[in-house]
Each structure stands twice: as C-alpha cells, then as structure tokens.
Ligand binder design. Structure first.
Ligand code: NAI
Length: 680
C-alpha cells in the first residue's frame, strides 16, 4: 500500500491504492505506521508524501459512509501528521480531492505539479470537509478563497493554488519526487515544521457577509453549503480546536440528514447509470475517430461542440448554405464567450473550430464512424435522412438520431443496419447540459450501445440508457406534469401560481416558464391551429415565448417576467367555453398533481423496462430538467415521503387527473415492498 524510498535523509512515502489512492481504513493505518517509523528513525530528517500512479488521492473511501468508522479516523491521522516534529511535505500531482486535500493541508509544506487539481467537493454530496479542511484552508489562503472553494466544491488548478498560497512551489511532474526531496532538503528542513493550525486566520471584515449577500438566495434551504459557510466563519472566530470540534459535530449531523443521503444517492446513481445490464464492463467498443453531424441548428451546433472540445473532428452538413453559416457562426460565438470568461484560451478555440468541416455535401460523411442527425422533429424527414445516410456512410459506422420523442425503431427500420442505429438524445444547450439519453433500439447491438456509453464518458456527459417509448425517460415524465399544469390553469390557477409552487419546491423554473423558454411554437402547426388548446390560442395571438418577449408571461428587454393579465383573460374565456368552472386550489394539490403524476409515470417506465433502474430516472431528472438535487430526484424523494402517500394523493385527486389517474401496479407493489430506489 505504501512504498518507501530513502533519498539521503529524506523519507518518501508513496501512497498506492488504485484506482484513486482512496484513504480507506487500511490506507490510514498504513500511513500512520509509516509516519511512526519515519519519526522513530534518526536517519530521517523530513518526510515527503506523494501518490502512486497518476494522482495524489481522490479522498475518502466513499463506501465507508454509513459504516461505523474504523480507527484511525482521518481527523486523528491528520492531527498526528501535523504534530510531527520532522517537516512533512505533500507532493501533489493529478487529483487531490476531499480527504486527499485535507491530508496535504495538515502537512507542513505543499509542492505541486502543473497537472494537480485541488478541491474539497464534499458539499456536492451534502457534506462539509470533515477532517479539518474547513479550519485549515482559511488559515492558509484566507477567508475569501476558502469560502469559494469549500462552498462551491469546485477544484482549482495548481497555478491558482500557488497564487493563493495553498501550494509553496510548482514542480516538474516528471521529477515530482526529486523536486519534492530538493524542496525538503533546501527549504523545509532548514525552516522546520510549520503547522497550519498555528497560523492565524487573516482578518477579512465583511467578506463572509458579502458572500452570503451574493449567494444567499441560491443557497436557501440547502443544508451543506450553509454549514460550510458557518464552518469558515468558525475558523475566523474560534480557536482551532473548538473550530475542529464544531466541524466534526456538523459533519455528523449532515451525514445523518436526508439531503446528504439524497446527494449520496445521486453520486452512486450517476455511476450506476454507466452500467448496462447484461453487458460486461469491458465490453468491446468501436473506434470513433470522426463524427458526422446532420443539421446545424440549435442542437446540431451544440452537439458538435462536445466532440470538437474533446479533440474529435466533426463533419457538419446542412441542406442550405445560410443555415450552415449561421450554425458555424453560433458555435464560434459560444466558444468565444467561453474564452472571454477565461475558461478557454483563444488558441483552444481555434483548435476546436479547426477540427470542424462544414459542408453541404452529404458524401463528406462517408468515412465518419458515427453520424448524429439533428434535423427537424418529423418522422418522415428523419426517415429520408437515414435512408440517405445508409447509402453514403461506410458500413460498420453508427447512425444516431437526436430525436426528442420519435420512434427510433421506425427510423432504424429504413436502414440496412438497424443494429448500428440508436438514439442519442442531447439536452439544450447541448454544449452545456451534461445529460445524454442513450436510446437503445430493439435491434441496437451491444457493441454499439457500449460505444455510445464510452464516447459519452469521453466527452464528459452523464449517459443514461432508455428504451424506445414516446419521449423516452425525461420527456415522457414531463408530459403528465404539463397535462396537470394545463388542467390546473383551466380550473382557474394562474400560471404564475403553478410555477411558484415548483419554484418553492426547488426547481429553477416552473412548467409555464419552461414553455416560454423553449418557445410556445415548438411543434405548433400554424395551418392547422384552431384555438383548441391554451397554447394554440397564445401562438395564434403572436405569443411565442421569451424569444419575442411574450409568452405566458410578458418579458422586458432583460428577460424579467411579469404575469400577463391578457393571458389570464384568455384562459378564463377558454375554460368557460369548455365548461370548466373556476375553483380555489390549494398549493398542496398543485404540488401533488404535478409531482405525484410524474412519479406514477416513472413507475410505468420502470415496469415496462424502459429504464434499467429507478436511480437512472433520478439521474435524468436531476441533470436534464432541474429537479432539485437535494431531494435526490423524483423517486428517491417519493420513497422519502412514502409511496403510500403518493398513491393516496393520486387517489384523492383521481377525478381531476384524467388519463394520469391510472396508478401503476409497480407503484402499488413497491409501496408494500418499501420503495422504488432501494439500496443503490
Ligand atoms: P433546428 O430547427 O434549430 O435545426 C434543425 C436544422 O436541421 C436546421 O438548420 C435545418 O436547416 C436542418 N435540416 C433540416 N432538414 C435537413 C436535411 N434533410 N439535411 C440537412 N439538414 C437539415 O432544430 P433543433 O432544435 O436543433 O432540433 C433538432 C432535433 O433535435 C429535433 O429532432 C429535436 O426534437 C431535437 N431536440 C431538440 C431540443 C431543443 O431543445 N431544441 C432538445 C433535444 C432534442
């Protein structure tokens, strides 16, 4: 587990626990033993700690969560490391996350290779750094930078860590051990130990208040980030030991809480989603060296950017030059915006765009390994495109559709290679949103499926497998929610009140805001529009959503929304024509009808085998539709409130639910068996 090397009087401990050098109980015991040995050995003047392989350490062993802690605890081990009277130097490369950064914080010095990424991501699983991180980091880098790192959970680069004083020296990765040893000999030994806990936190009046002022609204109701803020405040007001005790207490409280359980559920859910039932982890995949894109519209451009950013060349075809030019210009504009924000260099923008071959010539797709279609959402149009692709693109290549709803099997059937066809449903904006639904057709081959999953991982997407059904997992569940939202509007609930209930639940936007954002005219057919739905009435009256400043809401030039009295009037008139009498509806009913019907639909999706597992559904709704992460997703949430409660709610509202009243037999069964999500 630990290899030791002796370089003159410097003892180097190489921690090796593949794949991420996790600091599980056995590793903690090994570090403690090697530290004691080095301290007892008179020939040792200083100790260097580094990771084996490509990283320092990914942190705690997450499988230890929920189990009784085994001695030594990480906080105890780190206290002992810090108490060492011989200087201890951490030499970092690759990842130093969570406990894997708290350990270096307890060392007396830190050097890092440029590849190092340093972060405390605990907040992302509903926790706070629980091994002194909240107390030591502010002492090294000050309140402002510590707050931003701990509350966001996002890692920083080695260069940034050096800038803020977290790292003492940047060293060469190839010579990590040698340069750390040189640092130990030339700096650490002469200067002696430098205990982080003994450093005073630099006064930073008003910094925490300003941070809360800026972030407060976003963090309302979220246990972990607020606990992180409190812990950093403690670091500036309490003696180290008291701050540490308070950190520990808060950590244990958070770990017991439902929010942290929910976020850990999601952590495991995302990993489980990558597993395909019946396929070995190392199932063979096809090489994808060049991707073809058909359609350079909203989705085509965004999808292409994923591959370009990962260094995979893309050939993009359109049916007309103007659309192609527009698509390419939008991609460039998006890249340049990212460059202006500092997340890309201009050289990286040029490299990415340099990988793009825009053309009107379909023949140019011939040697692509994967071609993704993102043309209009119309089955006949898509079939025509797939027939054409099948004749042009080399045999063995994969053909994928980005369709939102259509029958992938029907599309596959027009080709001579249905086993090489599948759906790749990206979410808008496709260069930003991490979710990807991988739609497995009836005849999609396991190799093609495995290739799609591996490629998704390579371009940083969270892929979830769905079967072929109308709307797949995500959009299928959106439909009952929208049906209920529309029905509630007819019953006299104002759109802004429907939206408000979901905002209060934690969604970033409600159903009517979402329609305004996507565009009311998406799928609207002007020629056949006959005022038969609220949406048609709005479209016919020139309300297209945010894009023209008028939808269910009115928007000003800064896209601030105000409810529309005009729209309320139309809805009232429409309801009267339909004979629906207005009634007072409590928020609880709104919430139950919107959300319980989704849970019910999810149970049907599971029952039909359209999703592989309940946690996949949570992954889809958290990453694709803004379901509040702290609840763990629709099914973890439903299990929390009790499936009996969900069923009782559906039954209570049955008369008003229309086609959503039919309760899934699986939901009833799982209510008896104790839940849908079960152990992750
Ligand atoms: P869009 O209208 O922005 O772009 C479609 C593009 O395809 C247009 O530029 C058009 O010129 C081009 N096109 C049409 N027929 C073509 C053909 N035969 N050959 C080459 N190019 C052709 O549409 P958008 O929004 O990008 O949607 C594309 C697909 O992605 C649809 O299936 C849609 O359902 C799906 N989708 C859309 C999402 C969205 O939020 N807009 C989200 C997820 C999927």
């Amino acid at each position: 587990m630990i290899q030791t090397e002796q370089h003159d009087t410097i003892r180097v401990l190489v921690i090796g626990n593949p794949p991420v050098n996790a600091l599980g109980a056995a590793m903690r015991r090994a570090i403690a033993a090697e530290m004691s040995a080095a301290l007892a050995d008179d020939s040792v003047s200083a100790i260097v700690l580094r990771g084996a392989g490509t990283l320092f350490s990914g942190g705690a062993d997450i499988t230890e969560f929920g189990r009784p802690p085994e001695s030594p605890w990480l906080p105890e081990l780190l206290d002992d490391v810090e108490a060492s009277d011989k200087p201890v130097i951490a030499a970092l490369h690759g990842t130093a996350f969570g406990g894997g950064l708290e350990l270096p914080l307890a060392c007396h010095y830190r050097v890092a290779a440029p590849s190092a990424r340093l972060g405390l991501p605990e907040v992302k699983i509903g926790l706070l750094p629980g091994a002194g991180g909240t107390q030591r980091l502010p002492r090294l880098v000050g309140i402002a930078d510590a707050l931003s790192m701990i509350v966001s959970g996002n890692p920083i680069t080695a260069a940034r860590a050096h800038e803020i004083g977290l790292v003492d020296r940047i060293v060469d990765e190839q010579r990590l051990t040698e340069e750390a040893v040189a640092f130990a000999r030339d700096i650490a030994v002469p200067q002696g130990v430098r205990r982080t806990s003994e450093i005073a936190v630099a006064p930073a009046p008003g910094v925490i208040e300003a941070f809360v002022e800026k972030q407060g609204a976003k963090l309302r109701g979220l246990d972990a980030p607020n606990a992180c803020i409190k812990a950093v405040r403690d670091a500036s007001t309490l003696p180290f030991r008291e701050g540490l005790a308070s950190e520990r207490e808060t950590f244990l409280e958070l770990a017991k809480g439902r929010q942290s359980q929910a976020m850990r559920h999601l952590f495991f859910a995302e990993r489980a989603a990558a597993r395909i039932e019946g396929l070995p982890k190392d199932a063979p995949t096809l090489p994808v060296a060049r991707v073809g894109m058909v359609g350079a519209g909203t989705m085509g451009g965004g999808i292409a950017m994923n591959f370009l950013s990962a260094g995979i060349p893309v050939t993009m075809v359109e049916r007309e030059q103007a659309a192609l030019d527009r698509g390419v210009a939008t991609m460039r504009k998006n890249y340049e915006r990212t460059a202006r924000s500092g997340r890309l260099t201009t050289a990286q923008v040029e490299t990415a765009m340099g990988h793009l071959t825009p053309t009107l010539d379909f023949q140019a797709l011939a040697d692509c390994d994967l071609v993704i279609e993102a043309v209009f959402e119309n089955l006949d149009v898509k079939k025509a495109v797939f027939r054409q692709l099948d004749g042009i693109v080399k045999q063995g290549a994969i053909l994928a559709s980005n369709t939102s709803y259509l029958d992938v099997d029907a599309i596959a059937a027009v080709t001579s290679r249905p086993e090489h066809v599948l759906g790749l449903h990206f979410f808008s904006p496709a260069n930003v949103m991490r979710l990807l639904e991988v739609v497995r057709g009836a005849r999609t081959s396991p190799t093609v499926l495995a290739t799609a999953m591996a490629l998704a991982r390579k371009v940083g997407k969270i892929a979830v497998v769905s079967g072929v059904c109308h709307g797949f997992i995500g959009n299928r569940m959106l439909e009952p929610r929208q049906r209920q939202a529309d029905a509630l509007a007819l019953e006299g609930v104002r759109p802004q009140d429907v939206d408000r209930v979901l905002l209060e639940f934690g969604f970033p936007m409600g159903p009517f805001q979402m329609i305004d954002l996507a565009g009311l005219d998406l799928g609207w057919d002007e020629a056949h529009s006959s005022g038969s739905t609220i949406r048609e009435i709005l479209c016919e009256n020139g309300r297209r959503g945010q894009k023209n400043g008028r939808g269910f809401y009115d928007y000003d030039e800064n896209r601030n929304r105000v409810p529309s009295v005009e729209v309320e009037g139309w809805i009232r008139d429409f309801a009267a024509r339909k004979g629906v009498a207005p009634r007072a509806v409590a928020d609880q009913e709104i919430r139950e009808r919107l959300l319980y019907t989704m849970v019910n639909e999810a149970a049907k999706i599971l029952d039909e085998g359209m999703a592989q597992r309940a946690s996949d559904i949570d992954t889809v709704w958290i990453n694709g539709y803004g379901w509040p992460a702290q609840t763990g997703g629709p099914l973890f949430w439903a299990d929390g409130i009790g499936l009996d409660t969900v069923i009782a709610g559906l039954e209570a509202h049955a008369d008003r639910l229309g086609r959503d009243a039919e309760i899934s037999p699986l939901l009833r069964r799982k209510a008896k068996e104790g839940g849908l999500t079960g152990p992750a």
